[in-house]
Design a protein around this ligand. Structure first.
Ligand code: AGP
Length: 607
């Protein structure tokens, strides 16, 4: 977690550029923030607890003439969110400055060692040891900062992306990484270094991905050294994110914008993958033979995990391959029995989730073939996979994943049909593919009900306990809907298989408990009606998601949200949009900021 961004170059507004970058990285953490820049030749460190936007006002009292600045958004791991624990950290002399994304595992022993040598620590963070270690090796006029950084990082264990400069040489920024992502942005009048490419949007046309062990010197040019200290060249790539995707486009929050992005997001994920005759083609999978695949494992965390749960049954029903979805955070610590003819499908919007990354290493160590569905290009996970299917949904900034989920589900479905067809089931998913092409329009119809969902949220926002229940195709959606509500609204929301209610959870039902029942007219509709009746019999309140034209469900529900008719497997695309809108408006009714839920960060790069 944590976001870092720095700038050095001809622009004199380095502090504003560095700040702007961490505002775009708020999805990586926002419990505190800080920045360091030069003011009249002297370094100035500003830190705030809470939203990094609070730095804006603090900066306004300076005449911003610095050509170097580094900034940081924090998601606390070691030490509470406070100004003293916020980055940048500096050495004892107050001339070396450092921001960090990652975790220093051996910080306790290093801290004791450095304190014994006389270093004075001001924070409880793991990071601070790094800047004191640099200080150990840096002697003004005698050794270079680059030399000091190299020796300092040789003592570290863990993961890091560091940006470092010294006020003795405010023309040089050092960027170095191991285990945490770090990219360089190449702008017309200077260089950026950041945890992701988001800060480069509108500022740098090309970027370079640093590899593990790389150290870059940015001082009017870019010089990169690898872990062995050899000067190397890393290819610059064109940044293809459009400015528009990083902005809210008139919506009050990114979450709402991204919910409304879904018709386009799904269309982009399908584009070029279904041709006019209904043939499915994944260029990314050219040459892959699925004929021998004996089992499919789908692995991810949070929403990405639920996307896997949503589609796993289809792999069994249509492709007739045993399929199981695993939580990466559990899988990585098990001793799974893996076979050479398994296929592991990894799902990660960010491509940076540590648990998913580590689960991928486990699978690779067993020599199992890997395919991934990833949104962020060139991310750590994307680079480790045998084959990557990119989601093409643009930046997702809201911490609560919305459009990425729908896109993951659509890609997984197409993949299930593609694998089934490549194993001789020529017409697998034919009807579903036809209907999938209409789904963006039907999502548009659900989006037009946003006012109704807002009213519903405003009616129920004082309730503290919610069940989301569904069966078969509604099961994973129930869980994902509950995750959305708890993430942004901080109320107790549990996703449950509707048939499981009577095995325990129904004991909780009373008139204050609200149940969202996912009950489209599908093969388990009658069972859902029974489950709704069971809740009603205990005086629970029920909001049903049903198919347009269902004349009965209103009689057993307090409220009904009607969805356009589609085929059984595709209702989830419509249901999730309604549940996302409900969660969004619920948070707004409670006056929470849905883009920055407490205690969360978009990319979970810690254990
Ligand atoms: C979703 O709303 C969450 N913010 C979270 O569960 C997320 O899906 C999870 O951390 C996995 O992220 P990834 O897809 O980037 O790997």
């Amino acid at each position: 977690m944590c976001g870092i961004n720095g700038y050095v170059g001809k622009g004199r507004d380095a502090a504003l550029r560095a700040l702007d970058g961490i505002l775009k990285l708020k999805y990586r953490g926002y419990d505190s923030a800080g920045i360091v820049f030069q003011n009249g030749g002297e370094p100035v460190i500003l830190k705030v607890v809470g939203d990094p936007v609070n730095l804006e006002q603090r900066l306004s009292s300076f005449n911003l003439e610095s050509s170097i600045a580094i900034a940081h958004n924090r998601w606390a791991t070691h030490g509470v969110p406070s100004e003293e624990n916020a980055h940048p950290h500096s050495d004892c002399t107050g001339t070396i400055f450092l921001v960090h994304n990652g975790i220093i595992e051996n910080y306790r022993e290093l801290r004791d060692e450095l304190i014994a040598k006389g270093h004075v620590f001001r924070s409880q963070t793991d990071t601070e040891v790094a800047v004191h270690l640099v200080e150990e090796w840096y002697v003004k006029g005698k050794t270079s900062l680059e030399f000091a950084v190299k020796n300092a990082i040789a003592r570290l264990r863990g993961k890091w992306a560091f940006l470092i400069y010294t006020s003795d040489d405010p023309e040089t920024l050092i960027a170095t990484r191991f285990g945490s992502p770090l990219l360089l942005g190449i702008g017309e009048d200077g260089y950026y270094a950041a945890s992701s490419a988001a800060p480069f949007v509108g500022r740098a046309e090309n970027f370079i991905l640093l590899e593990d062990g790389d150290t870059a010197l940015l001082n009017g040019q870019v010089t990169i050294f690898d872990q062995e200290g050899r000067q190397i060249t890393r290819e610059a790539k064109k940044l293809d994110w459009e400015l528009e995707t990083a902005q809210r486009g008139g919506f009050p929050h990114f979450m709402l914008k991204e919910i409304f992005d879904q018709p386009d997001a799904i269309s982009n994920s399908m584009a070029g993958r279904i041709n006019p005759s209904g043939e499915i083609k994944f260029e990314e999978l050219d040459g892959v033979d699925f004929g021998e695949v004996g089992r499919i494992l789908i692995i991810g965390c949070g929403t990405s995990y639920f996307a896997g749960r949503q589609v796993e049954n289809l792999f069994e029903e249509i492709a007739e391959i045993p399929a199981k979805t695993e939580l990466a955070s559990e899988f990585r610590y098990r001793s799974p029995v893996l076979c050479k003819n398994d296929l592991a499908i990894f799902i990660s919007q960010s491509g940076e989730t540590t648990d998913t990354y580590e689960a991928l290493q486990v699978v690779k160590n067993h020599g199992v073939a890997t395919v991934g569905i990833v949104n962020v290009m060139n991310s750590s996970i994307a680079r480790e996979l045998d084959r990557v299917i990119y989601q093409r949904v643009g930046l997702e900034i809201g911490v609560a994943s919305t459009k990425a989920f729908s896109s993951q589900v659509v890609i997984l479905m197409l993949l299930a049909f593609h694998i089934a067809r490549s194993r001789g089931k020529k017409n697998a998913g034919e009807k579903a593919v036809d209907e999938l092409l209409k789904i963006p329009v039907k999502i548009g119809e659900v989006l037009r009900c946003s006012e109704q969902l807002q009213k519903l949220a405003e009616k129920y926002y004082k309730h503290k306990n919610f069940f989301f229940i569904g069966r078969k195709n509604g099961f994973a959606i129930a869980n994902e809907g509950a995750l959305k509500l708890k993430e942004v609204s901080y109320v107790h929301a549990e996703g449950y298989g509707a048939g499981e209610m009577k095995h325990g959870p129904i004991a909780l039902i009373d008139p204050s408990f609200v149940t969202l029942a996912i009950a489209p007219e599908d093969s388990v509709y009658r069972n859902m009606i029974s489950n709704i009746n069971e809740v009603r019999a205990r005086k629970g309140r029920v909001i049903s998601l049903a198919t347009e034209g269902d004349g009965d469900i209103g009689k057993i529900s307090d409220d009904v949200v009607y969805l356009p008719e589609t085929i059984e497997e595709l209702y989830p695309f419509l249901e999730i949009v309604a549940l996302q809108l409900f969660a969004y408006y619920f948070a707004v009714a409670l006056q929470y900021n849905p883009d920055q839920p407490r205690n969360l960060a978009k990319s979970v790069t810690v254990e």
